[in-house]
Structure formats: C-alpha cells, structure tokens
Design a protein around this ligand. Sequence first.
Ligand SMILES: [Ca+2]
Length: 256
Amino acid sequence: MRSRGTTTAPSLAAPAWTPPPPPAPWGSPPLPQGTLSSDGPFRDCYQVRQAGYTTSGMYLLKVDNSEHLIQAWCEHGLDNGGWTVFQRRKDGSFNFFRNWESYKKGFGNIDSEYWLGLDNIYNLAKQVDYRLLVELEDWVGKKVYAEYSSFHLEPESEFYRLRLGTYQGNAGDSLSSHNGKQFTTLDRDKDAFSGNCAHFHKGGWWYNACGQTNLNGVWYSGGVYRSKFQDGIFWADYGGGSYSLKSVRMMIRPID
Ligand SMILES: [Ca+2]
C-alpha cells in the first residue's frame, strides 16, 4: 500500500527542524495535494465547473442538507467537464479487498486510486438527477465508455442497491446485469450466489451471481491475468473476464 507525503529522514547536516504537516481536518482519507478552491465547497463537480473552474483535480464538496465535507476528483477535461469521480483505478496502489465499513466510508488517495464511499455516493447522487459515465482504458491506451442515462443508490437500509438507466456507449453494457443489486462485501453477503461473490472477485460490488464486471477487483499489470478466480478489474463486454483493465473511472454528472 502506498502512502503519500512520507517525509525523508532528516539529514545530520541540516539542523533546521521542519514541523510535520498538520493532520487533515476532516479525517480519512488522508489529505492529498490537489486543487482546493477557496470559493467552495460545492454541491458537486458540475457546480464547480459552472463556477468557472476548468482544471481537473481535487475539490471540496458539500452535498445538500449535510455539514459533511467530501474531497473528490473533478474531471473537467472530458465531455465539457463537471464530472464527479467516485471510483478510480490506475496503478494498484490501493487494496480494494475491504470490508463493509470501509466501502461505506471510502478509502484511497484522491489523486491515485480511490473509492469515495457508498454513503457519500448515495448522498451525492440523490441531490438531483444524475447520469453515470464509466471510462475504461486497456493496455494499449485505448479508452472506451459506457454511459447510463440515470444513476442513484438506495440508502444503507437497502444495502445501497444500484439503480441505473439505459446504456449507451462503445464499451458494451456489462453493468446493466448489476442493476437492482445490493452491495456485497466480504463481511456482508447480499448477492444472488450461494457463496460470497466478494470472496471470489476480491472486491466490493453490486454483485449478482456474480458479475459481468468487477471494477473494484485486483489490479493486474498487463491485461490478461492468471488467477484461480476472475478477480481482476474486468468488464466482460470489453476484453472478457480474464483481461484486467489498466485504468477505470466511474463518474456522475447531472442530467442535462
Ligand atoms: Ca451469496
């Protein structure tokens, strides 16, 4: 597991002592370097974009009817910007085989791999009507997209059941078979399989029995991977179940 901001050991030749950075004021995940706007916080990254910001990076969000601040990556370089990224894989720097509490609260580093947290995603996506964009990049650098005309989650009492609209895109539709499914982790089995899909796919997801896609699985270098189970970051309609994608992102933006 990688951690950012590690300090190097002080040199004996440099007597000046530098105080350690102050702790992040809003708890985990740790505060990364990024773009922090002084006019925030904003409801979502679309509001950030509407305020005139065009640089992709980390922004501070505060969803409606909440005092809780959320750090998220805003993607402004894609399709006119304004996308709030809630999931990102790119280098295997974070272990995504985690329990319910971790998936609920969120984990990772905003500028590398992270999961925004089911509670944050739920609160974000209930503000207005959102659509979902899934970006997939393979190992030759080609990017494909799957877009869903609507996206929201049901509350924790419904185990954050996934609610998706209709698909369009060029990645193929590997997520609709997860529509209407509750979220499963190693310690909370809500899937339709006799065993626990999180155990086999080594992630947390809206597993069915078990799935056409596993974007919170194990990051494997190089694409085709060998494993006892299909536990890579796969999207069955693009590369199949034995091809682990190089990078993926899941992001939302209000419906136009
Ligand atoms: Ca099960």
